[in-house]
Design a protein around this ligand. Structure first.
Ligand SMILES: O=C(O)C(=O)C[C@]1(C(=O)O)C=C[C@@H](O)C=C1
Length: 361
């Protein structure tokens, strides 16, 4: 075969490629129309029986030279691609999506603008245990010029026999200490039943990892006008996390802060595995501020500082960490809370790090 013949055949292939391209795009448009009809009917996009029927029809008409397995493979890819395209289109329509709103959402809590650039800090004890305990931590936070405190009044624990939190009493302590020290209160609410009452005491509703897909709670929080800090579920994909945030926003509440807190993997060196790449992915895919909880992701005091630095370096809008006046007698999370001198040194190091790398706040 000479060079001229080769060129002729290649130009035929170029022509066919363009024809195939035109046809698969035309096909994709029709699939999109079918998708819209199916959406109205509330039926699933994926239809294996229809796919079987189409493959059988192709088999009937396949005169080769491609064998049937190859034809099936190519067409299964075409079916899949069209469905994927529809999914991608749907994702762009999410209210939390960056494609829907290009500008960053800034959540104002007690004058702290979360997501405005530079990290915000949420420190405090794992659980509210007493007025004195919360006050000791709160003083140390406000001495640093910070504006937020966290603390759990309702504690979802692995064992029902572990300390379950002080409940309403805990919320009262948080509010009183918060007001005295000028701090906004971030606290977890675990059931829609407690939400309304809690609103009088708190500044941010935290929805914890175990409740990330508690859709009733998400909807209730979405129906309030309080900022919501939503933690990523223990085994949630980023896509599931984004959809959980969508539940909140779909009810009208746009003040959502996402929080990566580590996911469960086979790794045992840390309590969970900090999925640090989730931070830039969430920031690309959504317009919401993203924080990192270094305490629950690592479960190790010695890893709090390097992981907080990593969070800031990768562009997180905030860092969350636990502080207790005497961690060895804490009613929960003894291994991972910082005592106050350790907390002082930790925050100093963070500030030095931010200065060194010119991270403004
Ligand atoms: O015919 C449909 O119901 C479609 O949604 C279209 C289509 C296709 O690509 O042809 C898409 C996905 C389904 O699994 C089956 C068929």
């Amino acid at each position: 075969m000479n060079q001229q013949e080769l060129e002729v055949l290649r130009s035929q292939i170029d022509g066919l490629n363009l024809e195939i391209l035109r046809l698969i795009n035309e096909r994709a448009e029709i699939v999109e129309q079918i998708g819209k009809i199916k959406e109205k009917q509330g039926v699933n996009r994926y239809d294996p029986l229809r796919e079987r029927h189409m493959l059988d029809l192709l088999k009937e008409h396949n005169n080769g030279p491609l064998n049937q397995m190859t034809v099936d493979f190519i067409f299964k890819q075409i079916f899949k691609t069209a469905l994927k395209q529809l999914e991608a289109e749907k994702k762009k329509e999410l209210l939390v999506s960056r494609k829907k709103k290009a500008t960053d959402t800034i959540v104002n809590v007690n004058g702290e603008l979360i997501g405005q650039g530079g990290p915000s800090f949420v420190y405090g004890p794992c659980a509210v245990e007493s007025y004195e305990q919360v006050e000791a931590v709160a003083k140390s936070i406000s001495e640093k010029g910070l504006k937020l405190i966290r603390g759990g009044a309702y504690k979802p624990r692995t064992s029902p026999y572990d300390f379950q939190g002080l409940g309403l009493e805990g919320l009262k302590i948080l509010k009183e200490v918060g007001q005295k020290q000028g701090l906004g209160v971030v606290t977890e609410i675990v059931t829609p039943r407690d939400l309304e009452q809690a609103l009088d005491y708190i500044d941010v509703i935290q929805i914890g990892a175990r409740n990330m897909q508690n859709f009733e709670l998400l909807k209730e929080a979405g129906a309030t006008n309080k900022p919501v800090l939503l933690k990523r579920g223990l085994a949630a994909t980023i896509d599931e996390f984004i959809h959980a945030a969508e539940y909140i926003m779909s009810k009208g509440n746009e003040n959502i802060i996402l929080c990566e807190r580590g996911i469960r993997t086979y790794e045992k060196a840390t309590r969970n595995t900090l999925d640090i790449s989730a931070v830039p992915i969430l920031k690309q895919e959504t317009h919401l501020p993203v924080m990192v909880d270094v305490t629950h992701s690592t479960g190790r005091r010695d890893l709090l500082l390097p992981c907080a630095k990593a969070a800031i370096a990768i562009g997180a809008d905030g860092v969350m960490a636990e502080v207790h006046p005497d961690p060895s007698v804490a009613l929960s999370d003894q291994q991972q809370q910082m005592d106050i001198p350790t907390f002082d040194a930790f925050h100093d190091e963070i500030l030095k790090f931010m200065k060194q790398y010119e991270v403004a706040k």
